[in-house]
Design a protein around this ligand. Structure first.
Ligand code: FMN
Length: 201
């Protein structure tokens, strides 16, 4: 049986425990939130991402996501840094909506240190694509397919280290909206600026 948390502080602590757990546990429902963004002209967009890091600090916290710096989400976040991350765990029956101010890091010692780790993994190819994400694929003639390496192989087999497009998105949390689905009743609470407010679900 799942424990029930009654005090807002207990719920908030548990939310952070689950966020931390999700950064390590591939099977955790909160491992893959949906990141929603909006561009300056009001067009909205949303996509699944992987939660890489979670850190609670006094009065707030931060979350981290890795991406290709050429992706649409990065351009959208440059235009409009306010974004929303939506998490759902069927096991916990918890939804978490995080309103955040997003920043993008594409270089510097921190990004480089992470890249040194990521580049040793299979995920490295996510950040080495010859063409940007969302770009139409060039037409490959069947005669080309046999005697030419594919685009990713070409990038990886370069004698010099291939250019990477690895970027780190950091979400500075402004507000968390937690919803628990229960059998008889649901519970909802908002955590913002160090305060908790129970809300009608
Ligand atoms: C389970 C899953 C996890 C994903 N994780 C990431 C991720 O961590 N970072 C990322 O940039 N894209 C990730 N993607 C791909 C994105 O959902 C999206 O297709 C891609 O980033 C392009 O999005 P954009 O054009 O809106 O920027 C993931 C997709 C799935 C299905």
């Amino acid at each position: 049986m799942r424990p029930t948390y009654h005090l807002p502080e207990e719920i908030q602590q548990q939310i952070w425990k689950e966020l931390l757990r999700a950064t390590h546990d591939r099977h955790h429902g909160w491992r893959t939130p949906v990141l929603a963004t909006a561009s300056a002209n009001g067009i909205v967009n949303a996509r699944t991402v992987v939660l890489r890091r979670a850190k609670q600090v006094e009065g707030g916290g931060m979350l981290e996501i890795y991406t290709d710096r050429r992706s649409a989400k990065v351009a959208e976040l440059v235009e409009q840094s306010s974004a929303c991350l939506v998490f759902w765990s069927a096991k916990l029956q918890w939804q978490l909506r995080v309103r955040a101010d997003m920043s993008i890091q594409t270089d510097g010692p921190y990004v480089e240190s992470l890249w040194q780790i990521v580049k040793q993994t299979r995920a490295a190819s996510d950040y080495l694509g010859y063409l940007p994400p969302g770009e139409p694929m060039p037409e490959i003639k069947s005669s080309d397919a046999t005697d030419k390496p594919n685009i990713d192989d070409a990038a990886l087999s370069d004698e010099n280290e291939p250019e990477n497009y690895f970027a780190v998105l950091t979400a500075q949390i402004k507000e968390m909206d937690w919803l628990e689905l229960g059998l008889g009743r649901h519970r909802r609470a908002r955590f913002a600026a160090g305060q908790c407010q129970w809300l009608c679900p």
